[in-house]
Design a protein around this ligand. Sequence first.
Ligand code: MD3
Ligand code: FE
Length: 228
Amino acid sequence: MSQFTEFLMQRDLFDASHNEKIKLNDGAYLLKAYALPFEATLMKSLMAITTDAPFRHMLTPGGRKMSVAMSNCGSGGWITDKKGYRYDHLDPLTEKAWPAMPSDFFSLAQKAAEEAGFSDFSPNSCLINCYEPGAKMALHQDKDEGDFSHPIVSISLGLTAKFLFGGLSRKDKAKRVLLSHGDVVVWGGVSRLAYHGIDKLKDGVHEVTGPFRYNLTFRSAQTIDHLG
Ligand code: MD3
Ligand code: FE
């Protein structure tokens, strides 16, 4: 066994919050460190996807550049530009189809959904977010998927971020939870349309991702199946 593997195992053993399942809300579960055993394959797949479909800062419909850089994989990808928020089969940067969803991504998302009580989750899209220190995501709802009966699964990699989760109204007071490397969150049922966001990322360097935080969000978007 390499010294690095040994180091990773020791680190995992001493993490007290390893493998806990924390209920954040009805339908919303935080699976602490659930993706940690898959960090190497997830990072390898992420790098392959973003070689073909590079991270880019998209424009909001209001014309502002997002601080989070994004890419996608799957049969459709979430995009935003001056024309609005939507899913599309094609990457507007390369004008090619988004890279296929790797099987390690799909399997892990499906397994995590199952763990949170959502059987048969079959995501057709994964939005990949890249945060550098200073990047943030304002409070919003994910509602471009057309069908809210499916959960959303999110996997965090790299630097720790402060996640904000509110209620079904923008005015509901937001709770806060830290999302660390390997954490998985499943949002379904009454939590599917909850307002959520990410606080400004703090400076730092992570042993696996360097000066970045990555987030994979898996969606089953009916709007993709209905594209021309
Ligand atoms: C709660 N991403 O891409 S993941 C997004 O960490 C997004 O990059 C954040 O919000 C990130 O849209 C948060 C956690 C998350 C994702 C989707 C949700 C929480 C959610 C959908 C509904 C409710
Ligand atoms: Fe979101």
